[in-house]
Write a protein that binds this ligand. Sequence first.
Ligand code: ACM
Ligand code: ZN
Length: 626
Amino acid sequence: MKKSIFIFLLFASMHLYAQQTVNIIPQPVSLQLNNGSFTLNDAAVIKYSLLNKDLKAAAELFAASVKALAGINLKHNAASSKTIELAIKKTEGVGDEGYLLNVSSSSVVLSANTKTGILYGIQTLLQAMQPKSASSMQIPAMTVKDFPRFQYRGMHLDVGRHFYPVSFVKKYIDFLATYKFNYFHWHLTEDQGWRIEIKKYPELTSVGGYRNGTIIGRYPGTANTNLHYGGFYTQEEVKEVVAYAAQRSITVIPEIELPGHSSAAIKAYPWLSCFPNKPTDMKKNPSAFSKLMQETNGEVKEVQETWGVFDDIFCAGKESTFEFLKNVFDEVLPLFPSKYIHVGGDEAPKEHWKVCPACQARIKAEGLKDEHELQNYFITRIEKYINSKGRTIIGWDEILEGGLAPNAIVMSWRGEKGGIEAAKQNHQVIMTPSNPVYFDHHQGDPSTEPIGIGGFNNLKKIYAYEPVPKELNAQEAKYVLGAQANMWTEYVPTTQHVEYMVLPRMLALSEVVWSPKEIRNWDSFNERLQPHFTNFEKKGWNYSRGNYKVDIKTNAQNGQLFATLATEIFKGQVVYTTDGSQPTTTSTKYNTPIPVSVGQTILASVIVEGKIESPLPTKFVVEEKK
Ligand code: ACM
Ligand code: ZN
């Protein structure tokens, strides 16, 4: 009897061991699962040198996360046989950001060369934790060696088109920390709103921080809300965000757009424009455009209520523009310790500069060829000032036109071309090609998705992205610092919607920029992804199920049409109907291609573990095969 219980227990524990998995995203460089697990309960103690402020801060962050996740109160530095030890010490083979982690049934030992490495190890531990009982969690025994592939792993957020409170910006930073991103690119100024307090120019925010309406629907809009809309971050709030990010080893890069995307600043201070008395949006007012040189009086500037690119940009001829920008950067730089400062440079139409006497005089005086060289003059002059403060500028790839400022880093967004060109000119580059890392593009079937800007960047496409263009040789490839996803927000009015757009796509990108290229594996990622959805739900993070659409294709065989229904969801089962009714868990399960006829409607959904997971069924009407 006793023997059979023993054998049963032995098998049960072997079964448990065989079941043991961890679902770390991004996938660590190497992870070896061992026998057993570490039990995390109120008896566990976190141990670290109290002399090290960074370790203390990291330990507190870990303890707070464990408390929030599992209600467990970890003791600090008490006597115990169950310890989680954090140590910053010489750790071979993991560089500045990596870590070594050893979990056994009696201890957890995490070591790194830096606080950053410790924080990443902590994220891995948090992801590996699994519920064991009502009052305990377990961490599978494992040995992990981990470090990032790229030094720049970024996420951007446009707070100009829509404004989000500090509490949300911090939540967004939590997303970055969880998935081991290290740069938060904060797009702070736009045509539709200036979002950072500048004390010398209070009207940048009191006037430029608000617009009188917003278009409804897709550009050009079906109507206007006519609602006063806006907001801005005080310098104290900016400091709070920067400090919050720094505690998580995330650097905040501010973007102050110049010379374009500057309608809000121009509304506040019209003398920044070549034509202070001209309407900001000439396209909205063609007669004003045709009479460009004819002065108008009155309130003609506006904070934009629609989207797009606007001709009214900072004047490159007047000294007052450069004085203004110098004063702005004198307040911005002390707020952001970042080595990198983004100055925009994209989408700056040259229409005004072509007809502005001051800009033309500047072209002549400086011996410039054209308005593109004038843009180079503008950016280079700003760069010189920012370099003089010990910082480096980043600009969108348009800064290549008319010549690149000497030390600038290029952010390649119009595909990879700008990045390739910059790397070949020995300039550092950050890859952010709109295809596939613009997260304002659709991620699922547009018919089931919220209104968006267009494009289609689904999870699989992002996962397949390779940041080093094949056109670069090994030497040139070294100039690729990494990659970033951009979260533009014209069509993203709420914080929940931002979450929906970046989750889970940023998880795919995290693996692209962190994990070794050779171990990237879509099926493995897809399998590891599912538990993260559960975690999102637990934490109240809104996420998209855009990839729960069903891919439906037809082909003809011997005169008969067959439909193939596919899902990329791990363990997803497609169910479908052909009579127009909504698929349910009891609908026909798809196994092999189904014979169909022209005109027939297929509605298909994905079920996972007995639950319909597709937000809406995918609808497909069979057409004649050509
Ligand atoms: C951009 O998307 N205009 C950088
Ligand atoms: Zn001008």
